[in-house]
Design a protein around this ligand. Structure first.
Ligand code: COS
Length: 383
């Protein structure tokens, strides 16, 4: 084993223990209060998870995508909101700075993001631009050496915590489509930027999604991230990576859900014996295990391919589609194994079932992922 592999094995083991010993016991508190407790945030910081993907030169762990998904799968054995807390700072909120930022932008943000001292958010979605992200209407108008941003963003994860937002805004004309979109790094305390209280959701307690409003928000021209007009493509590249990450979230949850179902099946007695003896129950467990195994193999393979520099748009879409749909099917089967007890709040399966539902919607709905996959297939076939 190389030194790097040994370090990864230690980190994986530390995340596995942290999920079981710290995160799972904190789940009921998060459900009740909607907040991630301070000791959990500190633990996530101590593990270096805020800086997982940030290069070591800027204080992060500098993990490869494969290494990242290995840790995410372990952390997401616990409810997914814990991962959300550091996820945008590692993922979509920061990937743009890492890949397309100037040295000054990297120096300004990455060291603080790596420690969790500052958090980052990704502001793409708008009230009327969800799946059709290129139709966004937030505008950035150049005035001398500044841009003035007006518009609003919707469902922005961690907006209430973020110190910096990657904001996608139209710098081209009204009909400029994807090529008229540019990205900007906007500091939280910029006058005119305001954040609404988080939405009340069906699940995912502890993960905070809010609207963000821009009312004549003035940023220097140096706040543009990447070249003018490249914002959309850069967002799509970040989303390719984020979709592999999200597939790893789903994979971690698949294993947790199966363990909840397995435990209940072994404990519960009906007709004078453990229900785990019944073949219908065994069938649900076995089918779920096969899907979880497939999801894990896919996500690790896609992550490895991304590390080799391969374009993985299609593979990332396939992974997120398969792993999140599998997690939903597994949640449904494991709740079924619990019978009536699965429908009451006394067992974690009720909460996990609600949490899992979001995975098929955010960072690309299952239908958009199918569209992306089919389009890539047709493009490769020369259509
Ligand atoms: N990597 C690099 N470039 C990409 C890309 C990718 N993954 N996907 C698209 N692009 C490029 C295209 O090549 C095209 O560039 P050219 O005009 O130079 O050829 C440009 O971006 C526009 O792409 P396209 O024409 O495919 O855009 P569409 O508006 O037709 O569709 C989809 C784009 C639907 C795929 C996109 O809007 C999407 O992913 N929507 C879902 C958004 C989402 O996931 N939101 C979740 C919340 S954000 S956390």
């Amino acid at each position: 084993m190389s030194e790097r592999e040994e370090t990864l094995a230690l980190l994986v083991e530390a995340c596995r223990r942290f999920a079981r010993e710290v995160l799972i016991p904190a789940e009921p508190v998060v459900e009740e209060t909607g907040q991630i407790p301070d000791h959990v945030v500190q633990g996530l910081r101590d593990l270096g998870l805020f800086g997982m993907t940030i290069p070591e030169a800027y204080g992060g762990l500098g993990l490869s995508v494969y290494e990242e998904v290995r840790l995410v799968q372990e952390i997401c054995y616990a409810q997914p909101a814990f991962r959300s807390y550091f996820g945008t700072t590692n993922g979509v909120g920061t990937l743009g700075i890492i890949h397309f930022g100037t040295e000054a932008q990297k120096q300004r943000y990455l060291p603080r993001l790596a420690t969790g001292e500052m958090m980052a958010s990704f502001a793409l979605t708008e009230p009327d631009a969800g799946s059709d992200a290129a139709s966004l209407i937030t505008r950035a108008v150049q005035q001398g050496d500044h841009y003035v941003i007006n518009g609003s963003k919707r469902f922005i994860t961690n907006a209430v915590h973020a110190g910096v937002f990657t904001v996608f805004a139209r710098t081209g004309g009204k009909d400029s489509g994807a090529s008229g979109i540019s990205a900007f790094l906007v500091d939280r305390d910029t006058p005119g930027l305001s954040v609404a209280p988080p939405y009340e959701k069906m699940g995912f307690a502890g993960s905070h999604e809010s609207d963000v409003m821009f009312d004549d928000v003035k940023v220097p021209a140096s706040a543009m991230l990447g070249a003018q007009g490249t914002g959309f493509k850069n967002a799509m590249r970040s989303l390719d990576h984020a979709r592999i990450h999200m597939a790893a979230v789903a994979t971690g949850l698949c294993h947790r859900l199966i363990d909840e179902g397995l435990r209940y099946a072994m404990e519960r007695k009906q007709f004078g014996q453990s229900i785990s003896k019944f073949q219908f129950i065994q069938g649900m467990l076995a089918e779920s295990q096969a899907e979880a195994y497939a999801a894990r193999a896919m996500v690790e393979r896609a992550a490895h391919d991304m590390d080799t520099g391969k374009k993985i748009t299609k593979e990332a879409a396939c992974c997120k589609y398969f792993a999140t749909e599998a997690a939903s099917r597994i949640a449904d089967r494991m709740l079924q194994i619990h019978g009536g007890n699965g429908y009451i709040k006394a067992y974690p399966i009720e909460r996990l079932y609600r949490d899992v539902r979001l995975l098929r919607i955010y960072e690309g709905t299952s239908q958009i992922l199918q569209l992306v996959t089919a389009r890539e297939m047709l493009r490769e076939a020369g259509a």
